[in-house]
Design a protein around this ligand. Structure first.
Ligand code: HEC
Ligand code: HEC
Ligand code: HEC
Ligand code: HEC
Ligand code: HEC
Ligand code: HEC
Ligand code: HEC
Ligand code: HEC
Ligand code: HEC
Ligand code: HEC
Ligand code: HEC
Length: 413
């Protein structure tokens, strides 16, 4: 009862205030005047009905603006600094056109105009407006954890325009959201803020050549090792577009945890994507059979079976990187056969304790046996290929002749 009467009085007061505003030709440049109509849903509704405007509930919600909170950066700035025409009631059309931030933050605008979010005409109509990232009201210091561009918040800002939701389930997205690890990568750590450029532009943080440096800001040692590998060196030396960089093996946005059985089981396919591509491998004089031969041998058969049937099952069989490494992959050709044999045995011994040099010969490497390589295995296979169908064929023929013979005998008798 009490509160109802109070509200009634308030409405009455608001009505008087409105009447005053409507009769006055223009408002004083004082925030409190604006907040008489914009301070709450009720005030906006009353103002709209007094002005004969039909507003949707959604629109009313948007028109409610709280006074600048303490601790925000624009505390001393008046509503009219950004909305100079708002003193006219009813407001003139087009009040939200133009960029009110540019008058005081010219430097930021200049930076933005060199980025992918630039105004195509070089003005202040940016593809991503300043307030799409910072918010319009109650802007906070970029170092404030409550700011719209703080790691946990900026993700949502970028996602409203870019469909990169995969990020949310990747290692970095999970680390930021669940573990509160603000040092893990957000959109801004990999793309920048005012200087974001498309991957196709040479100066972009995510241009192929630069990716290892961008990841390397946080994964420095991994990136150093990678750039010395056969893959990284080729990218650095010749801008080779065929060799993998970090995101070809890890995905840029949905980065899966590479220490899981699932990743391990899927890894031969990551390497196989390129190493079974005949056109690509022919350019480098490399065999494109390394994936087929792997899948056909004792290690690969099990890996493939697990991947297809139970992708989360731990795998104790060798995958490509148990023999070749991953960030430090070397050229097998340059290393030479003698070194390979020596080093390879050590790799086998990780799982096959007590394996000796002769153990290596039990494996045909990546070769498909032929009369010149692994000849005994080749001839044994040829033998079986001929003898098994031959034997079965002979017996089938034998049975057919027998059946035919018996029928004939029956008819004759
Ligand atoms: C008498 C009430 C009243 C006062 C006082 C008032 N406004 Fe408004 N304002 C409105 C209403 C109603 C609308 C919605 C108009 C519409 O949708 O056509 C509005 C809309 C706006 C908009 C959005 C315009 C657009 O094109 O979407 C801005 C910005 C705005 N007001 C700023 C201010 C500022 C700043 C002040 C103080 C200088 C102020 N208003 C004072 C009633 C008022
Ligand atoms: C630092 C500049 C700045 C100041 C100060 C500022 N505004 Fe705004 N305001 C903006 C921008 C930018 C937008 C456009 C936001 C958008 O389009 O999402 C906006 C939008 C609005 C809207 C329309 C919201 C909508 O979605 O249509 C209203 C109403 C408004 N402001 C009122 C106020 C009032 C009242 C004050 C003072 C308490 C104020 N503004 C202070 C920059 C400012
Ligand atoms: C794509 C999102 C985005 C847009 C658009 C954007 N900013 Fe920023 N801005 C940020 C982020 C993120 C930071 C924090 C800097 C960092 O982490 O490197 C920042 C930092 C700032 C800073 C403080 C640091 C500095 O550079 O002085 C100011 C001021 C600023 N922005 C103003 C603006 C203005 C004005 C506009 C429009 C011309 C704008 N921003 C557009 C994301 C954005
Ligand atoms: C009337 C001038 C003025 C306008 C208009 C203005 N700003 Fe500011 N802005 C300032 C001042 C002054 C500061 C405080 C600078 C400082 O602390 O170094 C500031 C600080 C900031 C900061 C925090 C910078 C930091 O170091 O963390 C951001 C972000 C920012 N403004 C964004 C905006 C955006 C977005 C708009 C438009 C919606 C805008 N500003 C409009 C004057 C303005
Ligand atoms: C208001 C919507 C909006 C917001 C918010 C926004 N962007 Fe954009 N962004 C765009 C538009 C529009 C383009 C230009 C698209 C084009 O040219 O294809 C663009 C371009 C880009 C590009 C270049 C893409 C390409 O292939 O050309 C990147 C990268 C990018 N934005 C990242 C970000 C990041 C990171 C954030 C958050 C910090 C962000 N954007 C926030 C709208 C937005
Ligand atoms: C760990 C680093 C990293 C993070 C975090 C990251 N990106 Fe990217 N992003 C990249 C790389 C690298 C590329 C270019 C290569 C590619 O797409 O594989 C890229 C490409 C893009 C592109 C342009 C290409 C396209 O596909 O249109 C957009 C837009 C983009 N990212 C937006 C975002 C947004 C939004 C977020 C945050 C939700 C984000 N990125 C987080 C590294 C990252
Ligand atoms: C701003 C710093 C930062 C940047 C830039 C960054 N990362 Fe990370 N990354 C982290 C942090 C921190 C973690 C640890 C997250 C956790 O353990 O939950 C992580 C985790 C990872 C992991 C999982 C490691 C594990 O042992 O589970 C991979 C893979 C990874 N990052 C790849 C990349 C790639 C690829 C890029 C570049 C496209 C990149 N990161 C850019 C900070 C970063
Ligand atoms: C040729 C594929 C490939 C490339 C290129 C690659 N990685 Fe990896 N990375 C892997 C594999 C496979 C693992 C998982 C090894 C394991 O732990 O079983 C891994 C593991 C990781 C880990 C977890 C820690 C560790 O060393 O086990 C991080 C972090 C990482 N990579 C980051 C990067 C970054 C950053 C780059 C680029 C500089 C990069 N990777 C390039 C294949 C690759
Ligand atoms: C059990 C260890 C082992 C595994 C598993 C293995 N490799 Fe190899 N790989 C070798 C050895 C030893 C050589 C050198 C001898 C040879 O050419 O067969 C080699 C050679 C290569 C070569 C050079 C081929 C050439 O034409 O010179 C490539 C490329 C390669 N492997 C990729 C892969 C890929 C991709 C996988 C997984 C699908 C894989 N390897 C799995 C041991 C292994
Ligand atoms: C994006 C394609 C791509 C992916 C993914 C890839 N590679 Fe490569 N790899 C190449 C290309 C191209 C070369 C040839 C580079 C050169 O010779 O300059 C190469 C070279 C090699 C070599 C050296 C061959 C020699 O003797 O010169 C080995 C070994 C190798 N890769 C193993 C791997 C392994 C193991 C993986 C997975 C962990 C992998 N690669 C993933 C494209 C790829
Ligand atoms: C990551 C562990 C791992 C590595 C490294 C590894 N293997 Fe194996 N390998 C296995 C497992 C597990 C089996 C299946 C054992 C079983 O079924 O008894 C296997 C089976 C074999 C077999 C089939 C005969 C047997 O013992 O069952 C041969 C031959 C073999 N490996 C050779 C090699 C050679 C040669 C190397 C080194 C170039 C190597 N392996 C490296 C895990 C590994």
């Amino acid at each position: 009862m009490e509160s109802k009467r109070f509200m009634g009085t308030l409405h009455c007061l608001a009505g008087v205030a409105l009447a005053l505003f409507l009769s006055a030709p223009a408002l004083a440049a004082d925030d409190s005047a604006c907040l008489e109509c914009h301070g709450s849903r009720q005030q906006v509704t009353d103002a709209a009905s007094a002005m004969d405007l039909k507003l949707t509930p959604d629109r009313i919600g948007k028109l409610v603006v709280q006074p600048a909170q303490t601790g925000t950066v624009h505390e001393g700035i008046a509503c009219t600094d950004c909305h100079p025409k708002a003193t006219e009631i009813p407001h003139p059309a087009g009040m939200l056109q133009g960029n009110p931030c540019a008058t005081c933050h010219d430097d930021a605008l200049k930076e933005l105009n060199k980025s992918s979010h630039r105004d195509p005409a070089g003005g202040s109509q940016l593809r991503a407006e300043c307030w799409a990232c910072h918010g319009a009201h109650n802007v906070r210091s970029v170092k404030d954890p409550k700011s719209a561009v703080a790691p946990i918040n900026v993700i949502g800002r970028c996602l409203t325009c870019h469909n990169k939701r995969a990020y949310l389930v990747g290692v970095h997205g999970q680390a930021v959201q669940l573990a509160g690890l603000d040092v893990a990568a957000t959109c801004v750590s990999c793309h920048g803020a005012h200087d974001i450029l498309a991957p196709s532009e040479a100066g972009s943080r995510v241009a192929r050549r630069n990716i290892s440096f961008t990841c390397g800001k946080c994964h420095g040692r991994v990136a150093d090792v990678y750039r010395k590998s056969v893959h990284g060196a080729a990218l650095m030396a010749d801008d080779n577009p065929d060799v993998p960089t970090c995101v070809d093996c890890h995905e840029a946005h949905g980065t899966p945890d590479p220490t899981t059985p699932r990743f391990r089981l899927a890894s031969p396919q990551i390497c196989g994507r390129c190493h079974s591509n005949r056109t690509m491998m022919a350019k480098y004089g490399l065999s494109a059979n390394v994936y087929n031969t792997y899948v056909a041998d004792f290690h690969g058969t099990t890996a493939e079976l697990f991947r297809a049937t139970s992708p989360d099952q731990p795998l104790n069989q060798a995958v490509c990187y148990d023999c070749h490494g991953y960030h430090d992959v070397e050229s097998v050709r340059k290393v030479g056969q003698a070194q390979i044999d020596k080093r390879l045995l050590v790799r086998c011994q990780v799982c096959h304790k007590g394996a000796t040099a002769s153990f290596l010969s039990a494996w045909t490497e990546h070769y498909i046996p032929s009369p010149t390589r692994y000849a005994p295995i080749y001839w044994v296979r040829v033998f079986y290929r001929l003898v098994i169908p031959g034997t079965i064929g002979f017996f089938l023929l034998y049975i057919a002749v027998d059946v035919w013979g018996r029928r004939r005998n029956r008819r004759v008798s």
